[in-house]
Design a protein around this ligand. Structure first.
Ligand code: AMP
Length: 420
């Protein structure tokens, strides 16, 4: 193993590619910032108990995929495998729910860790941008989040994604369905492990990707037929609000998610160009989570969109993001005096918000111009002793190749008006 190799299942974001990730994070955050969501940041690790209780002790995420460890001081911690439990924990700790302004709307962006079998679109370290609306039961809130995620993807230029929508019921109707599903599953030809899962968490079996299992599930009872009147009405209202907003979705009565805390509204964004790891984002309502981690009843809803898979989706659709130029002006000084003069000009340009860079290190003209080319700069300013003696610098248009002399005192204003 080389010292320079990133750990298995991880990769580095490196320029120029890394600019895409920044742009994706920005694009997902923009509609949230515009809709009353405040930024929250929580630690990269939490007490392991939080995830065990929150995400669910029978989920793959907690039993197989969590990076859990004991610290030198004996604390049992885990790298966060997802964002919701941490954000809710932080909101409860800061008593945000008691400030009288419910729902508390928060957004976040960060790294998450799951010990998964790595493949394209599935990593051990990945990043998500997420949103949580804590402390209100209102179908308009569920609709808002779905609409904002749709808006985020569309603003990036994505088109080939679909929204899958389902309701998982609540503590009234889900247990009845659970029983019915369990009875059905026990009659199937399933392996030991799957039967065990049917006992602990039967809904998860619906999510089994194996064709021989899926084939047996064709006649499985659907939660849809077991929803209580309150859940049915709630779900209908969410559907109507999203439809009225012009956001298309598909009802997916078998959609369950890999986390135990979901109730009622659940949804997933899938992209058809991604192969097996097609979920680019997902979320739903988690009315019971606060109580599961020891807090008061706080019905809430949220989502998390995967940044890595969103970038893959952009590539699959051939979308080129309009990224701002890294460097608009590149300065090439020839000689000591020119260094001082041009360095000052670069500083001035930067203060005006113009992206400017400088040829560092003692380089000849040829090497410096190569750097100017590679920088992607629209303009290069070159100055030698003779230019400065005449009170000018050479302004080179890197697209046309044209070069003109511009007064040392005029060059900044000239570039400002050109780059306008
Ligand atoms: P989840 O918390 O499992 O609902 O995941 C939400 C989103 O995060 C998914 O739709 C993916 O886009 C992304 N995601 C989850 N796990 C991974 C992973 N191992 N690698 C890359 N992206 C992931």
């Amino acid at each position: 193993m080389s010292t320079f190799q990133a750990p298995k299942g991880t990769y580095d974001l490196i320029p120029p590619e890394s600019a895409k990730y920044l742009a994706v994070r920005e694009a997902i955050a923009a509609p949230l910032r515009n809709s009353g969501y405040g930024y929250i940041e929580t630690p990269g690790f939490e007490n392991v108990e939080l995830f065990a209780r929150g995400v669910g002790e029978s989920t793959d995420i907690v039993t197989k995929e969590m990076y859990a460890f004991e610290t030198k001081g004996g604390d049992q911690l885990a790298l966060r495998p997802e964002g919701t439990a941490s954000v809710l924990r932080a909101a409860l700790e800061a008593n945000l729910h008691k400030l009288g302004n419910l729902p508390v709307k928060l957004w976040y962006s960060g790294s998450y860790y799951r010990y998964e079998r790595p493949q394209k679109g599935r990593y051990r370290h990945f990043s998500q941008v997420g949103a949580e609306a804590i402390g209100a039961e209102d179908p308009a809130l569920d609709a808002e989040l779905i609409i904002l995620a749709d808006q985020a993807y569309r603003s990036l230029g994505l088109r080939n994604f679909r929204i899958l929508l389902n309701s998982l019921g609540d503590k009234e109707c889900r247990p009845v369905y659970r029983e019915a599903l369990q009875t059905f599953l026990r009659g199937l030809d399933l392996d030991e492990e799957t039967l065990r899962r049917a006992d602990i968490n039967p809904l998860r079996v619906l999510d089994d990707k194996r064709p021989d299992v899926q084939k047996q599930l064709t006649d499985a009872p659907l939660l849809r037929d077991y929803l209580c009147d309150a859940c049915k009405a709630y779900h209908e209202e969410v559907r109507e609000l999203i439809t009225a907003a012009g956001v298309a979705f598909e009802d997916d009565p078998k959609l369950v998610r890999g986390l135990d805390y979901y109730t009622r509204t659940t949804f997933e964004f899938v992209h058809d160009g991604l192969g097996s790891q097609s979920a680019v984002g997902g979320g739903g309502r988690y009315d019971g989570l606060s109580e599961m981690i020891g807090g008061p009843a706080l019905p809430s809803v949220g989502w998390a969109l995967g940044v890595d898979r969103t970038v893959l989706a952009l590539e699959a659709e051939g979308v080129e993001l309009q990224l701002p130029a890294l460097t608009s002006v590149f300065a090439v000084p020839l000689g000591e005096e020119a260094r001082r003069v041009l360095f000052a000009k670069v500083t001035e340009l930067r203060k005006l918000g113009i992206a400017a860079d400088f040829s560092y290190g003692a380089k000849g003209l040829k090497g410096a111009m190569k750097n100017a080319n590679r920088s992607g700069a629209r303009y290069t300013i070159v100055a030698g002793e003779r230019d400065l003696a005449e009170g000018v610098v050479q302004l080179k248009d890197m697209e046309s190749g044209d070069q003109t002399a511009v007064g040392v005192n005029e060059i900044v204003a000239e570039l400002e008006s050109k780059l306008g």
